[in-house]
Write a protein that binds this ligand. Structure first.
Ligand code: WT7
Length: 678
């Protein structure tokens, strides 16, 4: 075993679910060799209205040359995910247990909701959705801040068989419009506005613009339901039980919320008129549960579709083992529910385990840079799950803000979204985990539904920066360029040749694209788009994307997506975007822009372009650098040599072989044109 291996939580791990690597290996082996038995034992802990057949538990085809790609688990069985998350727990005596603590943007705003109350609210909202004509299979778009109502909306969809399609509320109106039109949502659920730090965001106004724009894409959103969130922040709302206060004494601050009668409805008005009970719709295990858009390398977002039975099993099982969750723990995942991390590890995984979690509306920097640590102290958080970009941003403020808080409750720390650099890992381990906690560096994707490569706390000896070993049911494979499997130590394309229950089933409305994006490069394999290395101890190290995707602060986006926004500008002729390493964001956008003939590249044009990307995609996609490119380095066949641009971005003159370029001189010119003189 190489040096720098850490094993802390295991020192106190008698209580851990998986106590040793030996036990892990045994279970992992069983999960691969007796797959049906392994997962059916887990499935037996849930309610099935129509039972599954252990002898016909799953089937799949990954080989496009042999027929359509398909993945099925427990087909024919029926259940309801919401029933398993709420009714089942309430029936098991957990009705009064807190499902979520809510911590508002302002530290004075906090609340909590029990399992029983959550169920009641979900039933009500299910009835509201039904009253708007939503039936099984319909899509419901959700664009909301981190408030209880987003969870209520999600679970209501699951209860009545509607497919939720959440769009992270940091996306622009263009992005929301495109996604709503693609999924043809029957309802949009949103909120009036929200504070992020001291910035007020008028979400409903943005939704109005998006609903207008969706019409241009050929879709009219019939109904919009709006949570009145802002006014309740103006009063003390710390009710001891239930949701964020009652609606009766909300001050009316909403005369300025844009409104379309006949389409827009207030959440609280609708909730007043409905019954607090609603019978769940029994869903086939392979019926869709939700869709979630992720960036595609051609620019158009892909609607990743997850189904009912397999996703439930996988979210529940990964949550239990990867965070070593035990009753009594208080778990906190900082991810926004609008991303897959929030779906699987704020909502589905924790509730499937009857867990108590924290939902946080704000930012790590408000009112000060110790906010995360103060929340951990306040709720005595035992498992904390965040992203490397947040850790790096907080590291900058040193240990002082951390030391002001008691973090002794922590047992497990999680990391997700991008490779965590060893420096950030060690800071997290030493200062937040006090060398006592395990760090779960979880590698996964929107497409995988849940963790696929991750250490298990109390069991896996950790190497900073390595996601280590596969989860149960998962067998990672490394392929070389020719598609040959690499045995032992080596680096290659990270792929899988067998499904686990939680992996996506298709791209919404586009099975062709699903097959061509993920299964065509190497027939017989699901291609993650990431590269990885296996070391001498068998640890996996995910090295990053091997396609034209960038990961900025854990947000995946494609170079094509940003380039197409830049070239929409009337003064721009051509654009090429590359990723440049960034100390906090991991990667950032470095854009090369060729203006139209006769147009001068000015600081004004540059700032217009930055603004345009921000407005078209979202603030997280804001470019760090726009560089004037009199021309782009192209091969004679016209392909942009991006590796050269990546070198220019970091001012590294070791550009390698450029003899195939149509015009080699352009490279020197690009170096000369760098806006930063470093
Ligand atoms: C891509 C997936 C999974 C939820 C958040 C992002 C990168 C994610 C890790 C990790 C190295 C990671 C990969 C992956 N990634 N986690 N622990 N180590 N890389 O979901 O937006 O679908 O992005 O994020 O490149 O393919 P996503």
């Amino acid at each position: 075993m190489s040096r720098n291996v850490y094993l802390p939580y295991s020192v106190t791990s008698e209580k851990a679910h998986i106590k040793s690597m030996e036990q892990y290996r045994e279970m992992h082996k069983k999960s691969l060799e007796s797959t049906a038995q392994f997962w059916s034992e887990i499935a037996s802990q849930f309610h099935w209205e129509t039972p599954y057949d252990v002898n016909n538990f799953y089937s799949y085809n990954f080989d496009v040359t042999k027929g359509p790609v398909q993945i099925k688990w427990m087909e024919g069985a029926t259940t309801n995910v919401c029933y398993n998350l709420l009714d089942k727990n309430v029936r098991n005596g957990m009705g009064d247990k807190v499902a979520f603590y809510w911590e508002g943007n302002d530290p004075e705003d906090y609340s909590k909701i029990t399992y029983k109350k959550l169920l009641e609210e979900v039933c009500r909202f299910s009835n509201v959705l039904k009253s708007k004509g939503v039936v099984k299979g319909d899509r419901v778009a959700i664009y909301m801040p981190m408030v209880f109502e987003i969870v209520i909306a999600i679970l209501s969809c699951a209860r009545i068989g509607a497919v939720h399609s959440i769009v992270f509320a940091g996306f622009s109106s263009d992005s929301l419009a495109e996604r709503m039109a693609d999924c043809k949502c029957k309802v949009l659920v949103t909120a009036d506005s929200v504070y992020r730090g001291d910035k007020l965001l008028n979400i409903k106004s943005l939704c109005d613009i998006a609903m207008d724009k969706a019409k241009n894409f050929g879709h009219e959103v019939p109904t919009c339901i709006v949570v009145r969130h802002l006014p309740r922040l103006y009063r003390s709302m710390n009710t001891s039980n239930g949701t964020n206060g009652s609606n009766s004494d909300i001050i009316d601050l909403h005369s300025d919320v844009p409104w379309t009668d006949g389409r827009d409805y207030w959440w609280h008005d609708e909730m007043d008129d409905v019954e607090p009970s609603c019978y769940p719709v029994w869903m086939s295990a392979e019926d869709p549960l939700f869709m979630l858009y992720t960036s595609g390398s051609t620019g158009k977002p892909k609607g990743v579709l997850h189904t009912t039975g397999g996703y439930l099993l996988y979210a529940a099982t990964t949550f239990k083992y990867v965070f070593d969750y035990h009753p009594g723990d208080v778990y906190w995942c900082t991810a926004d529910i609008g991303w897959i991390t929030g779906h699987s590890y704020v909502v589905y995984g924790p509730l499937a385990n009857g867990a108590t979690s924290v939902i946080f509306e704000g930012t790590p920097f408000y009112p000060d840079n110790g906010r995360y640590w103060s929340i951990i102290e306040k709720y005595k958080v035992t498992q904390f799950y965040t992203a490397p970009t947040a850790i790096r941003a907080l590291m900058k403020f040193g240990e002082e803000p951390v030391k002001k808080h008691n973090l002794d409750s922590l047992k497990v720390l999680g990391s997700v979204g991008e490779p965590i650099n060893p420096e950030a890992w060690l800071w997290y381990y030493q200062n937040i985990g006090q060398e006592r906690c395990s760090i779960a560096d979880t590698f996964w994707q929107t497409e995988t539904g849940g963790h696929v490569i991750t250490p298990l706390p109390g069991c896996t000896p950790m190497k900073p920066g390595s996601a280590s070993f596969p989860f149960f049911g998962v067998k990672p494979i490394l392929l070389d360029e020719s598609g040959k499997e690499i045995e032992g130590v080596g680096e290659g394309y990270l792929v899988f040749n067998k499904p686990w229950p939680g992996m996506m089933r298709t791209l919404f409305g586009n099975h062709e694209r699903f097959q061509s994006v993920y299964f065509s490069k190497f027939p017989g394999y699901y291609c993650t788009g990431d590269g990885a290395r296996r070391d001498e101890d068998g640890y996996f190290w995910v090295t990053g994307r091997v396609d034209d995707m960038l990961n900025v602060s854990g947000h995946l986006m494609s170079t094509a997506e940003v380039e197409s926004v830049l070239t929409e500008h009337p003064d721009v002729s051509e654009a090429a975007v590359v990723s440049r390493p960034h100390p906090v964001k991991g990667e950032c956008l470095y854009c090369f822009v060729t203006p139209n003939h006769g147009v001068t590249f000015t600081p004004k044009l540059s700032s217009e372009l930055v603004k345009k990307v921000r407005e078209s995609i979202g603030p997280f996609a804001m470019p760090d650098v726009i560089q004037h490119a009199p021309g782009l380095p192209k091969t004679r066949s016209g392909k942009i040599m991006r590796r050269v641009l990546r070198k220019v971005a970091i001012n590294d003159r070791e550009v390698g072989d450029i003899s195939t370029l149509a015009d080699e001189h352009i490279v020197e010119e690009l170096f000369k044109n760098r806006p930063e003189k470093s």
